[in-house]
Design a protein around this ligand. Structure first.
Ligand code: NOJ
Ligand code: NOJ
Length: 534
């Protein structure tokens, strides 16, 4: 394996020694650490910028991209905290978010795990270093972080918690948070399994990494029952527990959640593939059966009457005011599921039901937040219309950057899908998505719009432009914040003034913005020829 200079140390058990750079604040992008110590470009597609951290960050035109990259990097490189940990926010009081939440951390590591399993393609491909002659490109820093995440996750799984694998958050030293909390949160194991399955696939796709196969089949997926491996533990849990009521992504409602189930389905599908490739075909079949049943159960979330996907069914408890169950978590789930399963059929971000949910969500919030008035910019949105969480306590809910960035992200994924297919389905949902969010009216009365129809590029452009104006609005609010011009994203924006609200520098907000930017870049490449025909 490639030698990395410096006082490197290794993490990861089971034979795979992954070399880690010494970590510290000095290596923060823009800091004064060794300029080439961090391949930040692997995490953030920045076009023609150089492959070295400090210059790259300087080269980024968008200050919010720069600030978000810094927050993202800092959350996974906290001095004195084991690598593989990701803090939800550096904020330690009002609110105290200085924890490794399984959900937030998995979403953070999902961004790190965007590396293509077999190299080539993908946004990070061109800057990868080659560790093995003629092998696919290697990504040593990403490898170290992913090995760390697997290791930290094992520690979490094996520690005495209140809710077993459904435990939602841990202290940064890896010990469980055992105070009162909404438990279990069953989206966590599904997300963690998805990220670590990707890591296993990367390792298996790089056949030449010494000890990689042994590491995967010992640490990540051992094919044994009871299992001692991180991914299979989560998969067994998901396969057995998906029917159980659990606490939702917002840690408030106990019931059956679209967000949780869609990710559980994705985890079992991806896990089945991994199990199969490692010869555990009995488990693969079992995971597939469960995934199919989860898929069937999701149909109940669609309400034709209300015209959107209901976030929670069979509610056991939760804020009484939350009656619409119209929730951005539906869009977030679709984006995450598609990320891990590009062949996703039902409930992809372009699925009519998901489009309808986005339209209705925006409709419910346009008039709710004063900052949406008197502007030609698209509306910013929050978690759900009845929300009263203000980021510290309960007063009134606000728009959230991560929810808003998800709308842009969805728009880019939708456009990319259409460009890839070279047609789009025209139904009442795509038509209203186009007219209400993308300000694009389609004259054609046909059920499909094919690429040679002049209205096709018009639709694609409308949707991309919608996404771009959403991101511009996010940037504008970040830059205009009266309480600081460092342009990083907080958890919320005050609904009247747009000022930062709740945790300052929320990792998930940064990740959501960067993920949306990546999607923009990919869509640009995919849709170039369509747009040129305009
Ligand atoms: C209550 C909020 O509504 C919820 O979303 C949050 O996760 C917890 N408090 C913890 O801050
Ligand atoms: C509140 C959000 O509701 C929850 O989803 C998140 O995990 C925590 N904050 C930490 O960011």
């Amino acid at each position: 394996m490639k030698q990395v200079r410096g006082n490197a140390r290794t993490v990861g058990a089971g034979g795979l020694a992954v070399t880690l750079q010494p970590l510290g604040v000095g290596l923060l992008p823009g800091g004064d650490g060794p300029a080439d110590a961090l391949n930040l470009a692997s995490f953030s597609d920045s076009g023609g910028c150089p492959n070295n951290a400090s210059e790259l960050v300087r080269c980024m035109q968008d200050p919010l991209e720069r600030a978000s990259s810094q927050v993202f990097f800092a959350s996974t490189h906290v001095p004195g905290v084991p690598p593989g940990t990701a803090i939800a926010s550096p904020s330690t009081s009002a609110p105290d978010y200085f924890y490794h939440w399984v959900r937030d951390a998995s979403i953070t590591f999902a961004r790190i795990a965007k590396i293509p399993a077999t190299g080539g393609g993908g946004s990070g491909g061109q800057i990868a270093s080659r560790g093995i002659a003629d092998g696919p490109p290697r990504h040593p820093e990403i490898e170290a972080l992913m090995a760390g995440f697997a290791h930290v996750s094992r520690g979490h799984q094996e520690s005495p918690t209140v809710a077993g694998l459904g435990e939602p958050k841990f202290l940064v030293d890896g010990t469980p948070f055992n105070g009162p909390w909404g438990r279990p949160q069953n989206d966590g194991p599904a997300l963690r399994a998805l990220v670590l399955t990707r890591w296993a696939q990367y390792l298996l796709g790089h056949g030449g990494i010494p000890g990689a196969r042994e590491y995967v089949s010992k640490e990540l997926y051992d094919g044994a029952l009871p299992t001692q491996s991180v991914v299979k533990r989560d998969l067994e849990y998901v396969a057995a527990a998906w029917r159980d009521a659990s606490v939702d992504v917002w840690e408030e409602v106990r019931g059956t959640h679209f967000f949780t189930r869609l990710l559980q389905r994705a985890a079992l599908d991806a896990g089945a593939e991994l199990a199969e490739s490692l010869g555990d075909s009995g488990a693969a079949a079992w995971y597939r059966v469960q995934a199919r049943e989860i898929g069937a159960s999701l149909a109940a979330h669609w309400s034709a009457k209300r015209g959107y996907l209901i976030a929670t069914l069979d509610k056991v408890s939760g804020p009484p005011a939350k009656t619409s169950d119209l929730d951005v978590s539906v869009v977030l789930a679709a984006l995450l599921a598609e990320r891990f399963d590009p062949r996703i059929r039902a409930y992809a971000p372009w699925d009519g039901r998901v489009l309808a949910t986005a339209v209705r969500l925006v409709g419910s919030m346009r008039g709710l937040y004063a900052i949406n008035a008197n502007t030609s910019a698209p509306a910013v949105v929050g978690r759900y219309p009845e929300d009263v969480y203000d980021g510290v306590g309960f007063s009134r809910g606000n728009p959230w950057p991560l929810a808003t960035a998800a709308l842009a992200h969805q728009a880019f994924i939708v456009a990319r899908r259409w460009c890839r297919l070279r047609y789009l389905d025209l139904n009442q949902y795509s038509r209203s998505y186009l007219s209400e969010l993308a300000a694009t009216r389609i004259e054609s009365g046909l059920p499909t719009l094919i690429a040679t129809d002049p209205e096709f590029p018009k639709a694609v452009r409308g949707v991309i432009e919608y996404g771009v104006s959403v991101l511009k609005r996010v940037r504008q609010l970040a830059a205009a914040d009266p309480h600081g011009d460092d342009a990083a994203l907080s958890e919320q924006w005050d609904r009247d003034t747009g000022a930062k609200q709740g945790a300052i520098n929320l990792t998930w907000s940064a990740v959501a913005y960067l993920d949306a930017l990546d999607a923009y870049t990919e869509t640009g490449l995919k849709c170039r020829s369509v747009l040129q025909s305009l």
